[in-house]
Design a protein around this ligand. Structure first.
Ligand code: CO8
Length: 261
């Protein structure tokens, strides 16, 4: 796993069935260049395909989750190149993964950094975290879903202000606005994120994937459609051995041992 240059990849002993990806370009505050994008997507996809992994944590450093797409790499590029290359397209592949992704964010999560955190399924923030879409100051707009996911997360009023002025949000405001699920003291962030991931990874993998798919469907459909979709998936859970195990364990007053099938 040491072939990566811009990320560290680990399977922490303390967190069974959890894959950890640490963004690691310390001199550039983890700016997201092309290599880092491809490495994160490759590592996350490998974890996703691994039946021994049930949740993935993505984190950065104390100072920065990521200070955005790499401005120095983008600066000389022209329209034909970014259009033909479909710059940032590969990030979309993270949204297709079955395995839940947890962003553990400390320090700056700006531009593409904020967008990467929002691509994850659960966003945990250290008390040092700050979030923003400052692209407007650079003469561009968000390009990895920021204008869409931020608006869905915090509503039009705040998203519009942040995208038009570049104002950043500290952790407390981000939690109050629904962007992050919880604030955790910075020193405990990674341990807590690994704990959350291990909890998820201990449940039945197919049922976790269904729960994730059902919640995500709410973004893409009407309430009635979403509820119909949820009901069909709920019925499908009864086709799994893990439903028998989970309910059987409750009735027999024991801890379930999910076989992930
Ligand atoms: N890209 C490249 N390098 C960066 C970036 C970045 N986004 N952010 C920081 N760095 C580098 C700095 O250049 C500096 O390098 P050096 O030591 O060689 O000068 C090093 O990281 C440390 O940074 P600072 O000295 O600036 O650290 P400070 O603590 O003083 O400031 C900040 C931290 C406030 C985070 C500051 O670095 C900053 O404002 N960074 C840029 C934030 C930003 O604007 N991010 C948005 C980028 S654009 C984007 O993400 C999406 C673009 C979508 C475009 C779509 C096109 C199709």
């Amino acid at each position: 796993m040491s072939e990566y240059e811009t990320i560290l990849v680990d399977r922490p002993e303390s967190a069974p069935r959890v894959g950890l990806i640490t963004l690691h370009r310390p001199k550039a505050l983890n700016a997201l260049n092309r290599q880092l994008m491809l490495e994160v997507v490759e590592a996350a996809t490998a974890f996703d395909r691994d039946p021994e992994i049930g949740a993935i944590v993505i984190t950065g450093s104390e100072r920065a989750f990521a200070a955005g797409a790499d401005i120095k790499e983008m600066q000389p590029q022209g329209f034909p190149q970014v259009y033909v290359d479909d710059l940032f397209r590969d990030w979309d592949r993270l949204a297709d993964l079955r395995t839940p992704l947890i962003a553990a964010v400390a320090g700056h999560a700006l531009g593409g950094g904020c967008e990467l955190a929002m691509l994850c399924d659960i966003l945990l923030a250290a008390d040092t975290a700050s979030f923003g879409q400052p692209e407007i100051r650079l003469g561009v707009i968000p390009g990895i879903g920021g204008s869409q996911r931020l608006t869905r997360a915090v509503g039009k009023a705040k998203a519009m202000e942040m995208c038009l002025t570049g104002r950043t949000m500290k952790a407390e405001e981000a939690e109050r606005s629904g962007l992050v699920s919880r604030i955790i003291p910075a020193a405990e962030l990674l341990d807590e994120a690994l704990k959350v991931a291990a909890t998820i990874a201990g449940f039945s993998a197919p049922i976790v994937a269904m729960a994730k798919e059902a919640v995500n469907r709410s973004y893409e459909s009407t309430l009635a459609e979403g509820i119909r979709f949820e009901r069909r998936l709920f019925h499908s859970t009864f086709a799994t051995a893990d439903q028998k195990e989970g309910m059987g364990a409750f009735v027999e007053k024991r801890t379930p041992a999910f076989g992930h099938h």
